[in-house]
Design a protein around this ligand. Structure first.
Ligand SMILES: *Cc1c(COP(=O)(O)O)cnc(C)c1O
Length: 229
């Protein structure tokens, strides 16, 4: 009998997926609910960017992994106002700035904390009442106020696809996100320089890459299914 092929190890999966991505793309390993031991293995396989969606889960992991000083930490979940200060203190990037009140709060806090993470605005091109994020029109309306948040380092847009799209529709949403980033950068004469596109998850990242993603956020395709919270 032919031996069945052995399943890939975490290390092999990371290396294989990394190889399919253009080298300029930042691979963010989404480690929510993933134990630190697996994160160490991911680090050994070359991962230097980790994404977490809950501040209170991430902080102890950061403490555990503090020997790895070259990790870049990305916050990708909905940020509650009572966690904003902790998020600024601990994360290098916040991908999920989804309201004007959060932007204004961050703009005040970065001064007192003296840390200013890089920020993305979370957009939803397709209306979805169950998701956080700006519609394109709300974001256009908010531009003047966002520009007054002069302590903030805007870097790009982040998006999450709604479920149930065809490949064609998914690609279209990613392309619209890319176009919106260009439009807003031009409209603000570069004051909001949105050159980063945080888009693409396990199910859809090849399409996101095709549409110009600069960062992909991959969980299950690296770590396997997450333990249920
Ligand atoms: C969980 C999560 C991901 C990763 O999703 P996978 O399907 O596991 O790749 C990416 N982005 C955000 C915002 C998430 O919450």
């Amino acid at each position: 009998m032919m031996p069945s092929p052995s399943p890939l190890t975490l290390h092999e999966r990371i290396v294989a997926i990394r190889k399919t991505l253009p080298p300029s793309i930042r691979l963010i390993a989404v480690s929510k609910f993933i134990p630190v031991e697996m994160m160490r293995q991911a680090y050994a396989a070359g991962v230097r960017d980790f994404g977490e969606s809950r501040v209170q889960e991430a902080i102890p992991k950061m403490a555990d992994l503090k020997d790895f000083q070259d990790i870049t930490w990305h916050f990708i979940g909905h940020l509650q106002s009572n966690k904003a200060k902790l998020a600024i203190e601990h994360f290098d990037w916040i991908h999920s700035v989804d309201s004007l009140s959060l932007a204004e709060q961050l703009n005040r806090l970065v001064v007192s904390v003296q840390e200013s993470p890089k920020l993305c605005l979370q957009v939803k091109i397709v209306p979805d009442p169950n998701k956080f994020g700006w519609s394109a029109s709300d974001l256009r309306l908010a531009l003047p106020t966002l520009q007054t948040c002069s302590n903030l380092q805007w870097r790009g847009l982040m998006t999450l696809l709604p479920t149930g799209l065809t490949e064609h529709q998914a690609l279209d949403v990613f392309r619209q996100t890319q176009q919106l980033a260009m439009e807003l950068t031009t409209a603000t004469q570069g004051l909001l320089s949105l050159s980063e596109l945080s888009m693409g998850m396990s199910n859809d990242y090849p399409l996101a890459v095709q549409a110009g993603a600069t960062m992909v956020r991959l969980g299950r395709c690296l770590f396997g299914d997450r333990p249920q919270p």
